[in-house]
Design a binder for this molecule. Structure first.
Ligand SMILES: C[S@@+](CC[C@H](N)C(=O)[O-])C[C@H]1O[C@@H](n2cnc3c(N)ncnc32)[C@H](O)[C@@H]1O
Length: 208
């Protein structure tokens, strides 16, 4: 969805760019007159993404080391902010959305996909390190998440898609099952909890 909307010549920012795959796909969409910036806090990921950019001949993509709560990017300079499965990991989501609002040009848009919750997780899962790495423990309840976006100043906030995490996938994932075991949660309760974990796609605009 986010990638499909990108146009030739646009400047795109990917929050938590990891190995850089989404940046490379975005780079193809914006072409040689556009630019893509990936920001990630992990030096190893930035190094790996830069190497891939060099190998793939992507001259319109830059990777910067930094935090999404304090973006190393000038204000009013970005047409579109994209991000996949990263903001849930931030301990300060409010600050992330304020930063996204700051760097967007007036009229710019944010199109993100993330993990949110329909209700709070049991404490044992919230405090699980494994759960954090699985992008679950840091996730916020969706109403609060959308409120953070609104409070940052965004308008025309639209939930494009909201899909519960498939329990079949979870039950076959040893990491996920280890989280439930560690938290001493029985499989029946695990299924109910899994139903509260949602993949959310949302778009929002910084008005002109
Ligand atoms: C689950 S991976 C997702 C990577 C990529 N977006 C993808 O879809 O493949 C999360 C990435 O976000 C980065 N990350 C997590 N918290 C961050 C933060 N506060 N600031 C910057 N990067 C962060 C991690 O280093 C990691 O590369």
């Amino acid at each position: 969805m986010a990638l499909a909307s990108l146009k030739e010549g646009e400047t795109v920012l990917d929050l938590g760019s990891g190995a850089g795959l989404d940046c490379f796909l975005a780079a193809q969409k914006v072409g040689s007159t556009g630019n893509v910036i990936g920001v990630d806090m992990t030096p190893e990921m930035v190094k790996r993404a830069r190497r891939s950019a060099e190998d793939g001949g992507y001259t319109n993509v830059k990777f910067k080391l930094g935090f999404i709560e304090d973006l190393p990017v000038a204000g009013n300079s970005i047409d579109a902010v994209i991000s996949n499965c990263v903001i849930n990991l931030s301990p300060d989501k409010k600050k992330v959305f304020q930063e996204v609002f700051r760097v967007l040009k007036p009229g710019g848009r944010m199109m993100i996909s993330d993990i949110v919750l329909t209700r709070e997780l049991p404490r044992a899962i919230k405090e699980s390190v494994e759960g954090y790495h699985a992008c679950v423990s840091g996730a916020m309840v969706s109403d609060e998440y959308l409120r953070c976006i609104e409070t940052a100043g965004f308008q025309a906030i639209k939930v494009i898609d909201q899909t519960p995490f498939p329990f079949d996938l979870l039950i076959n994932d040893p990491t996920a099952m280890a989280i439930f075991e560690e938290a001493k949660i029985a499989p029946t309760e695990a299924e109910e909890i899994a139903g509260t974990i949602v993949s959310l796609k949302v778009q929002a605009y910084k008005r002109n």
